[in-house]
Design a protein around this ligand. Structure first.
Ligand code: HSE
Length: 330
């Protein structure tokens, strides 16, 4: 591949530079938009920092309890950085420290936060040499490592912030959507569902009548978001293809969904490939009510769980404390 930085970049590696980022959790699919819709939330998020190192290659340091691989080829952040480095001079080296706060296998974009956070942070070191679309392209290699397939419905919102529509991944076509204020309640029952497993149980063929219903809902949801029509958003949060199959992996799913709607939530469903469940509400008070009932349901089932009441994150990966000396291109 063309060595773009070597040919074009006027910048030098600055070994004193350090970039710290917070990479947000994301809710993929948004119920009806399997692999094509997703949004970022303000909580939880992973913390990461990156610097250049004098030796070429990638060093990964884990500063958390998850014992994830430090071999870059086996680590999703490493896989994303390796893809980026194919388009950089071969003498570049990065040292990446990861403090994960999003539990792997939770369904709120843990692997995407690592992959997207790593390449967004590295790009800041490189004075934003690459575009956001490039970063999505690199970070999808992390998703491929985690789930066996490239998908961008966690990566794109993590990098762009807000709600994103991924109209296509080959070639990449990402549309950032506006959305009215929404409160998000998430419950993460403490079981692990691997995305690769949750994908392998899906049917490869769908009935035309189900497809019609699904694309009506996707179009309705996008229109509802753009027009700030809460009732339309609520009506469109329906998934006739994926949820009926996957929800059997999540204890308490039907109860959470039904009772959340009775409590006034607009609607919701499985977050990504689960096991987390999310619900959208128009007010903070409703989102808190939904949190309480989620806690009651999982307490009743005797299943450990974490809950979050948060809002849509509109900035994507957040830069904190970047120690970068701005260089004048030479
Ligand atoms: N769209 C992907 C899936 C998201 O549902 O398999 C995984 O987080």
């Amino acid at each position: 591949m063309e060595n773009k930085l070597a040919i074009n970049s006027p910048y030098q590696m600055d070994f004193s530079a350090l970039v710290k980022v917070e990479a947000p959790a994301t809710v993929a699919n948004m119920v009806c938009g399997f692999d094509v819709l997703g949004f970022a939330v303000n909580e939880p998020f992973d913390k990461m920092q990156i610097r250049f190192k004098e030796t070429p290659g990638i060093t990964i340091i884990n500063d958390d309890e998850y014992n994830l691989p430090t071999d870059p080829e086996k680590n999703v952040a490493g896989a994303a950085l390796l893809a980026m480095m194919e388009e950089l001079p071969s003498n570049i080296g990065f040292e990446l420290t990861i403090q994960k706060q999003i539990k792997p296998g939770s369904g709120v974009g843990s692997s995407a936060a690592s992959s997207a956070g790593a390449v967004a942070a590295a790009n800041r070191l490189l004075h934003n040499y690459f575009s956001k679309e490039d970063l999505v392209r690199f970070a999808m290699n992390g998703e491929k490592l985690a789930s066996g397939v490239k998908h961008a419905d966690n990566i794109a919102p993590c990098i762009y912030g807000g709600v994103t529509l991924i109209r296509s991944i080959f070639p990449l076509d990402i549309v950032a959507l506006t959305a009215p204020p929404l409160f998000v309640t998430i419950v993460h029952p403490q079981i692990e569902v691997k995305t690769s497993d949750a994908r392998s149980i899906l049917q490869q063929k769908v009935l035309l009548k189900d497809a019609i219903r699904q694309w009506g809902n996707i179009a309705g949801l996008v229109a509802g978001l753009l027009q700030a029509d809460y009732a339309l958003i609520g009506r469109s949060l329906e998934d006739v293809l994926i949820e009926p199959v996957r929800s059997i992996l999540i204890p308490g799913f039907d109860q959470v969904k039904q009772q959340s709607k009775e409590a006034g939530a607009l609607g919701g469903g499985i977050s990504g490939s689960g096991p987390s469940i999310f619900m959208l509400s128009e007010t903070h008070a409703t989102a808190k009510k939904v949190e309480e009932l989620m806690q009651q349901i999982y307490d009743g089932l005797g299943l450990d769980h974490h809950t979050y009441v948060t809002t849509i994150n509109h900035s994507g990966v957040r830069f904190v404390d970047s120690l970068i000396t701005e260089q004048t291109p030479s």
